[in-house]
Design a protein around this ligand. Structure first.
Ligand code: GDP
Length: 195
């Protein structure tokens, strides 16, 4: 799939603010700083579309982008930022779960994990939600340029075991720096959009 156009549609917290219409949606989720904005920008070839920031936890809204006038890419707020109060964390959880649970046009979710780290309790909870709600999913290991092939071979098993990764789900290594994994992720999105 080639992405030829990408435009910001709206930001929302609650279902009332989600965009109307029935274009299929694909969503991206992961902890703050995992490289979600960098991945989205790389996929759509637009440097500033999703804001990349060195300050984790700043994107606290659900952001909707229209791609190729054919589907909506949904940037869910990053979770797991240590320095926010419990109350804010709880709000994020509700926002994300609310979206996953009730969003009719949702076709699939990409869960992003930093390839170097063992999935956190929140990563595992997020993955379990996806399984629980039966949402089609893919797991993307970000920043893969930071590991050697050998290191990745080992780390891959750590991630698979920790989630634990279901046999129907792919684990795709990705780098926003080199573009590795980009075509594979786009192919998954295309499959969902046309499902
Ligand atoms: P977000 O909070 O999940 O949106 O994360 P960002 O996209 O803002 O990235 C967080 C940090 O990781 C930034 O300093 C990025 O430059 C860096 N980063 C993101 N993706 C990659 C990658 O593929 N490779 C490397 N080496 N760094 C990355």
């Amino acid at each position: 799939m080639k992405i030829v156009s990408a435009e910001f549609v709206t930001s929302a917290v609650k279902p009332g603010g989600y965009p109307p219409g029935n274009l299929p949606e694909v969503a991206f989720v992961g902890r703050s700083n995992v490289g979600k904005s960098s991945l989205i920008n790389k996929l759509v070839n637009r440097k500033g579309l999703a804001r990349t920031s060195k300050t984790p936890g700043r994107t606290q809204l659900i952001n909707f982008f229209k791609i190729n006038d054919a589907f909506i890419l949904v940037d869910l707020p990053g979770y797991g930022f240590a320095r926010v109060p419990g109350e804010v964390k709880e709000k994020w959880g509700k926002m994300i779960e609310g979206y996953l649970k009730h969003r009719e046009p949702l076709k699939g979710v990409a869960l992003l994990l930093d390839c170097r780290h063992t999935p956190t309790a929140q990563d595992r909870q997020m993955y379990q939600w996806l399984l629980h709600y039966g949402v089609p999913a893919v797991v993307v290991a970000t920043k893969i340029d930071k590991l050697s092939n050998n290191q990745w071979a080992k780390q891959q098993s750590v991630i698979k075991k920790a989630l634990p990764l279901a046999p129907e789900h792919k684990l795709i290594p990705f780098s926003a720096e080199t573009g590795r994994g980009k075509e594979e992720v786009l192919a998954v999105l295309e499959g969902w959009v046309h499902s």
